[in-house]
Design a protein around this ligand. Structure first.
Ligand SMILES: Cc1cc2nc3c(=O)[nH]c(=O)nc-3n(C[C@H](O)[C@H](O)[C@H](O)COP(=O)(O)O)c2cc1C
Length: 323
């Protein structure tokens, strides 16, 4: 594999700033992206930008200095550009535009993946934002292969090429394909011949072997990790170690249990205590695809709603991993 650059994907309701802080520490990501900020008809107040990207208080980077891009979702080019400019004034390191969200509410209001049906509008949005955001700030686009099918994929790439974003991330499935395997990495290879803009391949990378296959099939040396990074928080590190022929430093469960506790405590610093068990349970759901211990712990805690009881159960589990 030639030199490989990894990005951490945006995941609404899952990868907030507390999760970004953990995951960017455990794996080497060139950048990460906020959950999407939905833009309709006005420039949003400052507090909304700080809420979705608390890293703005710290020069727009995670504690280990990984740049955070703000993801905007909407369909009005000028309003998106105005919001992008405000984010830049607040110190954001980059703007990412969402053309992949499959959610019904988002698509009804003509945002996210629904725009893939009108490649011209995708191009107009990206061109408008690119034009109005200072040239030293990256403007990236995240797309899928299409909406119902992938017939317009090449047209989309051509429109994006003309709009000149800094980078295009392709989640190699259509909206209709949702999150079902496989991801059609080979479709990205064809698109690469249509543009010189760097393309980031995304979808179904769960292991170092998947990363190798994805690079081979897509021809990309940039990959974005999403669910795989939650299932194995050190996946990005393992992929880098694999390609530089270094020994693989697999995270033992004891350390992951410590991370769960750290995540729970970080939640408590930012959110009302009653909301803190849910994100930890949600992370366990991803972890249990790989770690049998996560499945056991999930069974033990899944019904605990009280944050104090939940914290005690986590502590007891953590202690049990020492023996
Ligand atoms: C729960 C969840 C939330 C997501 N939220 C976003 C989002 O806010 N913005 C976005 O562009 N993509 C979002 N995605 C898509 C991911 O960024 C990624 O493109 C997708 O999961 C495919 O990668 P994977 O197969 O490695 O998970 C989300 C995916 C999931 C499963």
């Amino acid at each position: 594999m030639s030199s490989l650059t990894l990005m951490l994907a945006p995941m609404e309701g899952v990868i907030d700033h507390t999760m970004r802080a953990l995951l960017t520490r455990l794996s080497p990501y060139q950048r990460c992206v906020t959950e999407f900020l939905r833009v309709t008809d006005k420039v949003l107040p400052e507090r909304v930008f700080f809420r979705i990207c608390p890293e703005l208080e710290h020069a727009g980077a995670t504690p280990n200095n990984t740049p955070v891009y703000l993801q905007l979702l909407g369909s009005n080019p000028q309003i998106l550009a105005n919001n992008a400019k405000r984010a830049v004034d607040l110190g954001i390191k980059g703007i990412d535009l969402n053309f992949g969200c499959p959610a019904k509410t988002v698509n009804k209001s003509k945002g996210g993946a629904s725009l893939l049906q009108t490649p011209g509008i995708v191009g107009d949005i990206v061109a408008c934002v690119r034009d109005q955001v200072p040239s030293n700030i990256p403007v990236t686009a995240k797309i899928r292969l299409g909406f119902n099918d992938d017939k317009q994929f090449e047209t989309l790439i051509r429109k994006l090429d003309a709009a000149e974003p800094t980078e295009i991330t392709v989640h190699a499935r259509t909206k209709v394909q949702g999150y079902k395997p496989p991801a059609h990495w080979y479709r990205i290879a064809a698109a690469r011949s249509l543009t010189n803009i760097p393309i980031v391949a995304n979808g179904e990378v769960w292991s170092t072997e998947d990363a190798i296959q994805c690079v081979k099939a897509s021809g990309c040396n940039r990959l974005m990790l999403a669910r795989g990074a939650l299932m194995r928080p050190e996946l990005g590190r393992l992929i880098q170690q694999q390609q530089t022929n270094q020994p693989q430093q697999v995270l033992p469960w004891r350390e992951i249990a410590g991370l769960l506790m750290e995540f729970f405590e970080a939640q408590g610093l930012y959110y009302d205590a009653k909301y803190t068990p849910s994100p930890v349970k949600q992370w366990l759901v991803y972890l249990k695809h790989y770690h049998a211990q996560a499945a056991l712990l999930f069974e033990q805690v899944k019904r605990i709603k009280d944050p104090v009881g939940f914290g005690r159960a986590l502590e007891a589990h953590l202690r049990s991993t020492d023996t």
